[in-house]
Write a protein that binds this ligand. Structure first.
Ligand SMILES: [Zn+2]
Length: 214
């Protein structure tokens, strides 16, 4: 078992009610090479479901429900929040994404949609996974200035475009674009080469030419 969970009573930052939540108490470090979107291997991915908690009283979803918010409880009752889409774990991640966007933590908002996509990847639901990646891209595009100095996120956006089938955009925006390290440029060139082949499949980072295998 690469991780251990425990039950913890947590007070919700939105409604003030407490509930018992399962949290990851400790985990073995993941030393394997991740996929291009940083998705960990199957064993480490099996605790994805503990990366989001939901308050059973008000529906607040976040990495932990004791994280303070910049909105009132009414937002959790809004149509936008309750019709965000997705099912099961993916729905919780999509709600977490809305919460993070409201809280102005945009990188987490993008990544919560990506985690929802990983759920659908494992469910082998390609179309829903692509929808979640497009939702992640919408947040990236809406708050582009926030990511301008974050080359890891700029590269992740290329991966989100490619995996959701927008090959043209990857080629248009990334071919020849200068990123600040040789590793990032090697990964970027790999994304462009895959896009030129119209390849939307999952690939690992160490498949990229000139990226050292571990
Ligand atoms: Zn609550």
């Amino acid at each position: 078992m690469p991780f251990r969970t425990e039950e913890k009573e947590i007070v919700c930052a939105v409604c003030g009610e407490s509930s018992v939540q399962t949290v990851v108490a400790e985990f073995d470090p993941d030393t394997s090479t991740p996929d291009l979107d940083m998705r960990p291997n199957g064993e480490h991915r099996s605790y994805l479901k503990y990366w989001v908690s939901e308050c059973p009283h008000c529906g607040y979803c976040n990495a932990s429900i004791d994280i303070p918010v910049r909105f009132t409880r009414e937002y959790l009752e809004s149509e936008r929040y309750n019709t965000v889409g997705g099912s099961g774990l993916a729905e919780k991640f999509m709600k977490m994404s809305l919460v993070c966007e409201k809280n102005k933590v945009y990188e987490e908002a993008v990544k919560a949609c990506l985690f929802a996509a990983w759920y659908y990847d494992d469910e082998k639901d390609k179309e829903k996974a692509a929808e979640c990646r497009r939702a992640a891209l919408r947040i990236y595009d809406l708050h582009r200035a926030e990511f301008a100095a974050n080359p890891d996120m700029i590269l992740l956006a290329a991966e989100l475009m490619r995996r959701s089938g927008d090959f043209e955009r990857v080629i248009r925006e990334y071919k020849g674009r200068l990123l600040p390290s040789m590793l990032l440029i090697a990964l970027e060139n790999f994304e462009v080469a895959l896009a030129e082949k119209k390849d939307s499949a999952c690939h690992r980072a160490d498949e990229a030419p000139r990226v050292a295998k571990k």
